[in-house]
Design a protein around this ligand. Structure first.
Ligand code: PBG
Length: 323
């Protein structure tokens, strides 16, 4: 029976009424904070395009991890910025590499905090690509070996979960096999399964110093136009042994988050990437939008679309907002 029997506004009259009928909730435990770790001591080198974020030396990183634990967020994901880069991405899989040292320090000083690691090569290669360069191409199968070694080195250091973000074919299977062989059958793989060649990674590449020196990432990251292909990527990653699946970026790909949620019986993550964060921060700093409301509305929308877990640079602020 339509109006005047139906009046949708009845349930919107007050905040207490709206709260009662709210369908989507944001909990600190659903949020994962990305952090950038660099060599040195007492370093907190601000990232100009990502206000509020900085490259952190391990001692400073521990402070942010303690804050994250205090706020009850789901975990942190670590990105390493090595002292030096080379053709072979040696720093990515060195047992005393920057990420491996950081994982050890965090697991020692804040042991309850869940630590994920990003498994990729672009921060560690002199050319900035995510894999081994052969001529003008990225050699898929040769890169799998680096990725597998990196994932094992993170697990040895104490990582609770590894998250491959390189988009090479077969990486999840290669990492699963290597982890099992190294005695880590219980380390889960959070696959950046549907990762698009997105302009919204721009600020991250400043933060991680990982801009490709030639070409772009379109021969391995996905074409933003393709949704069915994203479902196939996810299906393959699941078959290879992924425990959780991620869509990245988040806000421009809400349709795919929803499809993945309806289709796959595993936790679905979404990465609200650097550019999504920077756009909100830039507009807020100009006085054009309200920062906290834009943060909450975007995160709530990503949850409503179906994300169980959100990787976001707003993790600490959002956890404070819902506390
Ligand atoms: C590494 C990686 C990237 C991001 C996460 N892991 C950069 C890229 O693929 O260029 C982007 C995260 C962000 O923009 O916040 N491959």
């Amino acid at each position: 029976m339509p109006f005047p029997v139906q009046r949708k506004r009845r349930l919107r009259v007050s905040e207490s009424m709206r709260r009662l009928v709210r369908e989507t909730h944001l909990e600190p435990s659903q949020l994962v904070l990305p952090l950038f770790v660099c060599p040195g001591e007492a370093v907190r080198n601000p990232i100009s395009s990502m206000p509020g974020h900085a490259q952190l030396s391990i001692d400073e990183l521990l402070k942010d991890c303690a804050a994250a634990q205090e706020l009850g967020i789901g975990g942190v994901i670590l990105f390493g910025i090595p002292e030096s880069k080379d053709e072979l991405a040696s720093g990515a899989y060195a047992h005393d590499g920057i990420t491996q040292q950081a994982v050890r320090a965090v697991k020692t000083s804040v042991p309850q905090l869940l630590v994920m690691t990003d498994v990729c090569n672009c921060e560690y290669t002199s050319h900035g690509h995510c894999g081994k360069v052969a001529g003008n191409e990225i050699d898929n199968d040769a890169t799998l070996e680096w990725l597998a070694k990196a994932a094992v080195s993170h697990a040895v250091a104490g990582a609770d979960m590894v998250a491959p973000s390189d988009m090479m074919d077969g990486r999840v299977g290669a990492i699963r096999t290597a982890l099992d062989a190294a005695g880590f059958p219980n380390t889960p793989i959070f696959a950046y399964a549907a990762k698009f060649a997105s302009v919204f990674y721009g600020p991250f590449r400043e933060a991680a110093e990982s801009t490709p020196q030639f070409g772009d990432r379109r021969s391995y990251q996905m074409d933003p136009a393709n949704g069915r292909e994203a479902m196939h990527e996810m299906e393959l990653d699941l078959e290879e042994g992924a425990d959780l699946l991620m869509v990245k970026p988040a806000l421009p790909y809400l349709d795919l988050i929803r499809q993945a949620k309806d289709r796959f019986p595993v936790p679905i993550g979404a990465y609200q990437v650097s550019g999504e964060y920077s756009m909100i921060m830039a507009a807020a700093r100009n006085g054009w939008i309200d920062q906290d409301r834009a943060m909450m509305e975007s995160l709530t929308s990503i949850r409503r679309a179906g994300a169980d877990i959100i990787l976001t640079y707003f993790a600490l602020d959002a956890a404070r907002a819902v506390a």
